[in-house]
Design a protein around this ligand. Sequence first.
Ligand SMILES: Cc1ncc(C[n+]2csc(CCOP(=O)(O)OP(=O)(O)O)c2C)c(N)n1
Ligand SMILES: [Mg+2]
Length: 817
Amino acid sequence: MSKNTVLKEEPNKIDFEDFKKEVITDYELACISREASLLGRREVLTGKAKFGIFGDGKEVAQIALAKQFKDGDFRSGYYRDQTIMMAIDQLNVQQYFAALYAETDETLEPASGGRQMGGHYSTRNIDENGEWKNLMAQKNSSADISPTAGQMSRLLGLAQASKIYRQHDELKNIEKFDSFSNGGNEVAFGTIGDASTSEGPFWETMNAAGVLQVPMVMSVWDDGYGISVAKEFQTIKESISEALSGFQRTDEKKGFEIFKTKGWDYPHLCATYEKAVRLAREEHVPVLVHVEEVNQPQGHSTSGSHERYKSPERMQWEKDFDAVTRFKEFILNFKGENGETLASAEELEGIEKEAKKSVMSQKKAAWADFRKGTGADFDAGIQLMKNVASESPNGNFINKEIETLEKEFEPIRKNVFNTLNKILRLVRGENGSARTQLISWYKGKLEENRARYGSHLHSASKYAVENIEGIAPTYGDENKIDDGRVILRDNFMKLFEKYPEIITFGEDTGKIGGVNQSMEGMQDKFGELRVSDTGIRENTILGQGIGMAMRGLRPIAEIQYLDYLLYAIQVISDDLATLQYRTKGGQKAPVIIRTRGHRLEGIWHSGSPMGMIINAARGIHVCVPKNMTQAAGMYNTLIESDEPALVIEPLNGYRVKEPVPTNLGEYRIQLGKVDVVKEGNDLTLVSYGSTFNIAAEAVKELEKTGVSVELIDVQTLLPFDLEHRISKSIEKTSRLMIVDEDVSSGASAYILDQILVKQKAYYLLDSEPVTVSANDHRPSYGTDGDYFSKPNIDDIYAAAYNLMHEANPKEFPSFLD
Ligand SMILES: Cc1ncc(C[n+]2csc(CCOP(=O)(O)OP(=O)(O)O)c2C)c(N)n1
Ligand SMILES: [Mg+2]
């Protein structure tokens, strides 16, 4: 520890009996958690669960950590953390097994309602109405994800929220924030495996946490392996604490405090976490706890055994340095100052036996519950199928199918549905009443199961985007116009005044007010806490947003250009977009991602990879405004909602003059509603964003040659035209053209599918549908580069005119041959 570490006071000395009780309770939990791991593996090997990855070997370190975990604190970790979750009372053994079996009832499997594998932990932070719970009355865990180090970026935001709450005086006086923080005293606990520290987001997060000085306690469970790959291939100098030694704070410079301890050393672990967490909580210093010599009794997971890649010596070490065995030795060898002992060997064996019994019975209870759920469907389905057999001339064949189903070992819903479908195929064309009953039961069950396995991609609360109604912008008599960036800035001013919980951050966002000046003067007005600059690190900018949004703040995370969103797309796709779904409505993170893109110059500032984004980001909303008035109206909507969204401002629109609405900060663009900008009869032209403006120019030219175009701005790609207004338009025009600036078959393929298939406009077309998109290469530099790479006015005109020429060559003679 460095010299400037000042720990305010020594921990209270507790009397021996209390100490003894605490140690024995810890040992009980260590045994229970270990037993759950051992039995968990057996459940997989006997076929009752699909896959298992357990926390054996990490028990003692996690018990030591959890002693310091207080109400309001947050965890952002990975699949080894069962003992933390048990120790903070957010996971019991029955729930642990329920998750292993993929129990879908979230009251029995609260982490994910069967959406995630066992080992992915989470707490329920919003209630069944989507309202925040009092997070200060519980210990919290953000929901795990699978990509190694995927927990890191959000960890930064979870920790930063404490810093904001500590320093943001306005929030301290607003009651609703009492359920998120008590003066910023909450710690964010990160956990990661040694091998996963090789990932970029780990380093990015550590650097940012050091810069920001946030209360983050980062534990590395160092068991020397990432599946089969040993540390020498993962970490420079084979030690993450040595590699990070330059992060160590000194008397002169801020940084991290770095601790090293060992995974089997109970007293040292407890003392280390006590110091580490106090420092983070009280002084907001980020801390690394490198827990070395962590063992892994059962190997990585149920897919394979570690004998394949560990030497006999290492296998022996795994036994000799087993965390629970060493903990037991510590207890047995303990002699107090006055010769007191903690427990006898018999007492500890009694605890071990009791743990086995208790884990077994909770496992059985979880299985019984799981069977109850699927069993009810099984029994009802079989009965209905038997009824069909007795009324059908195909009865013999049907009974054979039922017999096969009845012989199935531990049948699941899929087995029932497969057999049912086979039977329905056999009795097609028959019209008995049992068949009708079976079909009706099947349809009901289908709906029920679609919700069971697929609900909550989006918010189900009253703040869901679909419930936020639009309010039109109003304009005064003076016909005031101004640059788009000014409209946007003045709108942000209004929002920041109205909602003190809004904060924004990004590259160049603070001091200069954004590269396009749309936050100009905001830092002066609202302070560095609310309007700040960040390092160049898009992945963790997103993570800051997610973590802070999970703690009741309303972050606007700014990515400087759309082209650089790719560094953040992993976080958006894996973490943000799946959050409500993967917790079955247990968590939310209403972060607004702000960026700008589309046509400017060249390969790196003209990108519009919308197909990639909308396909990666199902679960968030994607807004594609064509001007800043529209963009501002979208922010106004989103801030009323509790859903995450991405807004892509048109990069070439900041200095374009727009009429200034008089109700800035108030008017709202309804998401999922298209804007019919111009009515017409011959052709429906659908577009969005910057390219919309070029399409609008082309439409003026088309009108001159007698082509009447209905011009529609989709406004948002996710959600897409919820009212099916576009197919209504095609009813009139019988023709469809889509103009977008993604590569061919990118966003245009999505839009086509939405209109032709989902809205059934295929049946309304008299001409083939036409898509005009960018070339498949990225745009070349300069204005001519843009002209020949992206849809331009002449391309759009030609494609539309050609469509009319083919339909009516007499009225629209060819102009190109
Ligand atoms: C991005 C990514 N790559 C690969 C994997 C597959 N994978 C799962 S766990 C793991 C090893 C992680 O090792 P470590 O971080 O040391 O954790 P441990 O399991 O040893 O506790 C790998 C490679 C993954 N989940 N995510
Ligand atoms: Mg490891």
